[in-house]
Each structure stands twice: as C-alpha cells, then as structure tokens.
Write a protein that binds this ligand. Structure first.
Ligand SMILES: [Zn+2]
Ligand SMILES: [Zn+2]
Length: 191
C-alpha cells in the first residue's frame, strides 16, 4: 500500500513502506522526510509492530517494492541499472550444530592438530598466535537473499570489495536493518 506524505508547499507524494525513514526532495526543493514504518502504519490505522527485516524483505521483494530509489547507491546519479548482492545472513549467536557442520568441525579439528604439530616443531611464536585466533566461530544460518540495488554503469567496477557493496546496500533502509541484525553476513556480488 502507499502512504501520502505532505510537503508544507501544498504538494504531496505517495510512498511505499519500503521508503520509511528516507528523505526525498519535493519538486519545490524542500526535503520530505518519510516517517518510520511503524509511524506510517499508525497513521493508516494498521498494526504498528515492527517486523524484523529478514521477514519483511522477502515481502518487499515479491511485491516489487525494492529498491525504493533509482539513484546509484555509489554516486547518487539516476540510473536504471540494477545489480544484485547475494547476502548470507550469519547470526554469530546461533550455535546450532547439524551433521554437515559437525563433519566440518571434525575436519577442522584434524587440521588444527596437524597445524599445531607443525607450529610446535617450527616456531613457538606461530603457536601462540594461532591459539589467540581460536574460539571465534559462527555458523551459517538462513536467510539468504539476492538483494537488488541501483548502481550506475560507471560505478559498477568499484564493487569488487565487499565493504563497498555493503556501503551501497546500507543506502536502503531495510537492507541496513538486515545488516545491523546480521553484522557477520557474507556479501558477494551476483554476476
Ligand atoms: Zn514541496
Ligand atoms: Zn554511480
């Protein structure tokens, strides 16, 4: 559904829920701030409970509401080019161990033992450094998304680095919420 946002100049614009929290420029030149989603919903008399981004994004994607802007996520110029970022949401708090992960861990264990022996034999310094890296482990869990975002042809070569793709995605409010919820997510560009 669309929501009406009024500008003090008397004009108005219609926005979708996916545009919540964003700022647009009215034809009069004044900035128009779109309220948060729960605010939009409360104005329209709908339930205001905030839905987590991993549950609302599939709905927005299915209904064609994302991306909400056609401005290049990199330089801001208008563009019709869309690229997709493959995002595997990784929740570091989740420690569910299934069969495949168990097998991977057994293999990791073997590698660690072999590595330890190698390091003990070759360098006690290596050995200390290796131990410091232990204990930080995350398990891949769903959801996985292919998120469309606008990026102009000139800026596309800059998207080699995961950090740049992430910065582009964060221009979209729902993507930013998703990456805040899953900060360890793996992001790659769909080619
Ligand atoms: Zn205006
Ligand atoms: Zn650009």
């Amino acid at each position: 559904m669309e929501y009406r946002i009024d500008c003090p100049c008397g004009q108005h614009m219609m926005v979708r829920e996916g545009a919540a929290g964003m700022t647009f420029t009215c034809t009069c030149g004044k900035p128009i701030n779109v309220p948060t989603r729960s605010h939009l919903r409360s104005i329209a008399g709908l339930p205001t409970n905030d839905i987590s981004p991993d549950r609302i994004i599939p709905y927005f994607l299915a209904t064609g509401q994302l991306p909400t802007s056609n401005a290049c996520s990199f330089c801001g110029n208008e563009t019709s080019s869309i690229r997709y970022a493959h995002v595997e949401c990784i929740d570091p708090k989740r420690t569910k161990v299934d069969g495949a992960i168990l097998l991977v861990n057994i293999l990791k264990g073997i590698i660690v033992i072999v590595a330890w022996i190698t390091m003990v034999v070759f360098s006690p310094v290596w050995f200390l450094n290796f131990r410091r890296d232990e204990g930080v482990q995350s398990y891949p869990t769903k959801p996985i998304f292919d998120l469309p975002f606008p990026v102009c042809d000139l800026c596309q070569p800059a998207l080699k680095d995961e950090e740049y793709i992430k910065r582009c995605l964060c221009k979209e409010m729902e993507y930013r919420r998703l990456l805040e919820q899953f900060p360890a997510s793996k992001i790659t560009l769909v080619t």
